[in-house]
Design a protein around this ligand. Structure first.
Ligand SMILES: [Zn+2]
Length: 230
């Protein structure tokens, strides 16, 4: 769809960014990934991401972002803080400005690598209250990055308006349903694939998966639904 140009995917090894990686591989001639190591609860997340990158034949750069924990102690990086979310409040996994920082670092790396396309799996539909995952923020940052580095970046957000079921549908359309289901890590307890089934990330993932498979199984023929989402 896009070109023979090069793209960088912000990649964690989770469901969303892995779906984005397949999407990028379909649309760009050359794809690399950048993974942020910020002292995740589960080091395994970095390993899962590295395994996927290797298997899909894309170069991975891991950037050390451990300073995030210094800035904002939170439940993703500190095992002594419980993962929880109160009604109407930000979840305890929140780190102020995390996505902003990640995208900015990704842009510096992308320019060095001669890639002006940056792909991120942020999503406003399942908006958990992260202001820097909103579409308006990503568009605003796109302008800022272009001015900051005098470069024509294009930030792509293929999942921005999809719910979790539609994200599964996209993975399926890309021929990656089984891969994403079995090989990605979303679970806060570090269990691959369908995960522990108990944590908020697993519950969200399972609800979307159930909704999608129920829809798909009602359709008489193909495994895919809909058309191009972008
Ligand atoms: Zn879980």
């Amino acid at each position: 769809m896009f070109t023979n140009e090069k793209a960088i995917v912000v990649f964690s090894g989770g469901q969303d960014s892995t779906t984005c990686l397949f999407w990028a591989k379909k649309h760009f001639a050359e794809v690399e990934v950048v993974t942020f190591d910020y002292g995740q609860r589960h080091k395994q997340e970095i390993e899962v991401a590295a395994d996927i990158a290797r298997e899909l034949g894309v170069e991975q750069t891991v950037l050390d972002m451990s300073l995030l924990n210094q800035l904002a102690p939170n439940a993703l990086t500190r095992s002594d803080i419980e993962i929880s979310q109160e009604e109407g409040e930000l979840p305890s996994t929140f780190v102020d400005g995390r996505n902003h920082l990640f995208l900015s670092f990704a842009a510096v790396l992308a320019k060095q690598k001669g890639a002006r396309h940056i792909i991120t799996g942020v999503c406003e539909t399942d908006f958990s209250g992260y202001p820097d995952c909103r579409d308006v923020f990503v568009k605003s940052l796109n302008v800022t990055l272009n001015l900051a580095m005098d470069y024509d970046f294009v930030l792509h957000t293929p999942l921005m308006w999809l719910n979790k079921a539609e994200t599964w549908a996209m993975a399926d359309e890309l021929g990656a349903f089984e891969f994403v289901r079995e090989r990605t890590l979303t679970c806060y307890n570090g269990i691959m694939g369908d995960g522990c089934g108990e944590c908020p990330a697993c519950k969200l993932r399972k609800a979307g998966l159930d909704e999608y498979t129920a829809e798909r199984d009602q359709k008489p023929s193909s495994t895919a639904t809909g058309g191009e989402k972008q």
